[in-house]
Design a binder for this molecule. Sequence first.
Ligand SMILES: CC(C)(COP(=O)(O)OP(=O)(O)OC[C@H]1O[C@@H](n2cnc3c(N)ncnc32)[C@H](O)[C@@H]1OP(=O)(O)O)[C@@H](O)C(=O)NCCC(=O)NCCS
Length: 377
Amino acid sequence: MAASVSSNKVDLAVAGPRVARDDPDTARLELARDPVFARVAEEPARIRHDGHVGSGLPGRVALTDTAAVGTELRAFTVADIDGAARMLAERHARHRAVEPLLPAIDDFRPHVAREFSADGASGAVSLRAGEVDGYVIGTRQEDPIGPHVRIALAGSASREPERIRDLYAAASRIWVDAGLTRHFAFVPAVDDLVEPWHRLSFGTSAALAARASDRQAVPNGGATVRLSTAEDLRDAARLDLLLHEHLERAPSFSGLPQRDLDWFVDDWRTTWDDPKYTHFIAEREGRPVGHLLLYRRPAGDLRVPAASIDLANAATLPEVRGSGVGLALTAYAIEWARANGYRAITTDWRMTNLEASRFWPARGFRPTFYRLYRSIP
Ligand SMILES: CC(C)(COP(=O)(O)OP(=O)(O)OC[C@H]1O[C@@H](n2cnc3c(N)ncnc32)[C@H](O)[C@@H]1OP(=O)(O)O)[C@@H](O)C(=O)NCCC(=O)NCCS
């Protein structure tokens, strides 16, 4: 099927509604309805990715700071994929030591190759004694706000965290020359890997997160939670519209396209025929007051744990917030996931969604990746 329901909270993947799409590029699934993620890619790529990057680097650049003597930078080429895959393997091993729910991956070459073979991909690589010791690859994307560059989950790694700043300096020159002044980077939620990006003026705009689906005592919060049916279509659409409106307001200012209830009804219509989704409704005195959507996110990228399911969309009516409906829905969904053989549950939120950015961490979700954002100027 093409696109179905808002599987994605995001705001990302972040917190607004997302639409899951069948797409082998799992990175695209992350936030499909989030403008940050919705790829339109209508315009031809302006950046070449054959190693002769547009207005790119003038050959090799030798770095001169003390820690980097002997390090060279140049444009990323196909010949660098194996070396970059080794760096990504090191990064992921480090990341898994911090977050054991992350998937075990044998071969990182396809992850790097996928980034570099995407339309509009370009980047920089650093070499020490002739060996790749870091890289950054970004791809040109398009959203309702305009063109931007995305450095995806497998788009950067550096043995020396500080070196990422030199790599970004080299690559961003190409992007800004091509008129691309909005930059997103997905970076492991490991302090010393994130920190150098903050010193490049990147801010944290969203989190991807995970937790184990262990046994839950389900509080009822005065609400009854049940699996939904197609009869619940309009209530699900209304609750999703609430989330959409919530994200339009301060401080998210999502910039998502205006949608009315009919649009959401259409979007949700096929949910109950699609095995990718499981949806729950919470009721008080027979009245729907909240909902939660689980989405079977395809495995295969660096963030999707084995045997996991994604908590892709949730909302409660404004007048019941703070009274336990969200707790009841979340505990019910986690318990349902555990009972159905899912060992982990993922989710994501925009940092500017105040409710979500407080509620999900308090429910035990640990950030796995941060989405960082910089706009120039
Ligand atoms: C995020 C959201 C789903 C949470 O739902 P909710 O119904 O407010 O959740 P609850 O009422 O169960 O819990 C909210 C807080 O109230 C507390 N609470 C619950 N019942 C309570 C009670 N009877 N007395 C006092 N506090 C209570 C909870 O402990 C929680 O606080 P904590 O996170 O500090 O522990 C809701 O805020 C929402 O719909 N927001 C807008 C849409 C949105 O952002 N959705 C998420 C997309 S990613």
